[in-house]
Design a protein around this ligand. Structure first.
Ligand SMILES: Cc1ncc(COP(=O)(O)O)c(C=O)c1O
Length: 354
């Protein structure tokens, strides 16, 4: 297979040390090697999230969201979900599996600010609050910090889908008043897909201990017991964990998580300038720009994607729902560097004749 250049929101391209880490010898998932591996990863993740607990769950990011709702809600609870795109809608649909759910939406491209959310939160009797930090389908970053702080001050449990935001946008659980945050290995971390990372407060562990989990596989109580011993209740995706370890090491070798976030911020600015330079308008409302995704309306987007793939081996992400076939996303997430982005911009210019 020829080398493909991924300009996708995840899985992302793997740099060699991360890619090759997956081919090392297998280890037993109950031995000292896995305990060392998990304890190192968890220490780094807990520090960056400022979390009391961090579990590594084998599954995609959605498994982490499912863990939150299965373990932190009772069937009699109500959950409030704010959405502004496909992934907010999916979070709302997931929430509905576990409890009654009220959903409020912003038009696509518009962000959730505290000003827009405040009255909804004031009028809600929900116990649980759910929000997507970075709406990947449109490239809109919601003001998770102000909104979660406010929802928490009203007594709600705050669940944040930061799947395409963590390690690219700022997030400190205690500072943001986020109770439970979820991301995935294949996103800004830049590892292979297959591990959901959940980070949460001690208060949430106590809450989970007082509620009957509505999942066998994702029971936080079982996880706690095994994670105390740096193991997981069931067999983890060991090779993906190797890549998670390698991805953290790679980030550290480039200056650490703050530098990684800065890299995303700069790439987002560069991508917005590029979009304007070829005569398009960034879709996200100013003030809500995403550090990982820059989107714009592009008629005939499917044909453009096809040409980019066939002529330049540049793989770009599909679009969704209302924007189907007329939206284009430049994804600057994970292991990319300037050369990678410049190659993508050059290919896009050629195909668009700009
Ligand atoms: C914001 C957001 N939430 C949820 C998901 C679903 O994640 P996964 O496919 O890892 O389950 C994604 C995937 O792109 C996402 O970007």
């Amino acid at each position: 297979m020829p080398k493909m250049h991924l300009l996708t929101p995840g899985p992302v391209e793997l740099v060699d040390p991360i890619r090759l880490s997956q081919s090392q010898e297998m280890i037993y998932h109950r031995g000292p090697e896995i305990r060392a591996l998990i304890s190192e990863i968890v220490a780094d993740l807990k520090a960056d999230f400022n979390a009391d607990h961090c579990f590594l769950v084998t599954g995609s990011g959605t498994a982490g969201l499912e863990m939150a709702y299965a373990c932190l809600t009772k069937p009699t609870d109500k959950s409030l979900v704010l959405t502004n795109g496909t992934f907010g809608d999916k979070l709302a649909a997931l929430s509905k599996v576990y409890c009654s759910t009220e959903v409020f939406a912003q038009p696509l491209g518009k962000g959730w600010s505290l000003e827009r959310a405040k009255e909804i939160i004031d009028n809600s009797d929900a116990q649980v609050f759910g929000l997507v930090y970075n709406e990947t389908s449109t490239g809109v970053l919601n003001d998770a910090k102000s909104i979660c702080r406010y929802a928490k001050s009203k007594g709600m449990v705050t669940i944040l889908d930061c799947i395409s935001a963590w390690a690219a946008a700022p997030l400190d659980l205690k500072d943001f008043s986020v109770d439970f945050a979820v991301t995935g290995s294949q996103k800004a971390l830049g590892a292979a897909p297959g591990i959901a990372i959940v980070a949460f407060t001690e208060e949430m562990m106590l809450r989970a201990e007082s509620i009957a989990a509505r999942s066998f596989y994702l029971d936080m109580k079982k996880y706690k017991k095994d994670m105390q011993n740096n193991q997981t209740p069931t067999t983890p995706a060991v090779s993906v964990l190797f890549s998670v370890r390698a991805a953290i090491d790679y980030i550290k070798s480039k200056g650490g998580f703050e530098a990684h976030r800065r890299k995303h911020q700069l790439a987002a600015e560069k991508s917005r300038k590029f979009v304007e330079s070829i005569g398009y308008k960034v879709f996200a409302e100013p003030g809500f720009y995403s550090p990982t995704i820059t989107g714009f309306i592009l008629e005939n987007a499917d044909a453009i994607r096809k040409e980019l793939r066939e002529k330049f081996n540049l793989v770009t992400a599909r679009d969704f729902g209302e924007l189907q076939g007329r939206f284009f996303r430049i994804c600057h997430i994970g292991n990319f560097d300037d050369a990678h982005l410049d190659y993508a911009f050059d290919c896009i210019r050629k195909v668009l004749g700009k």
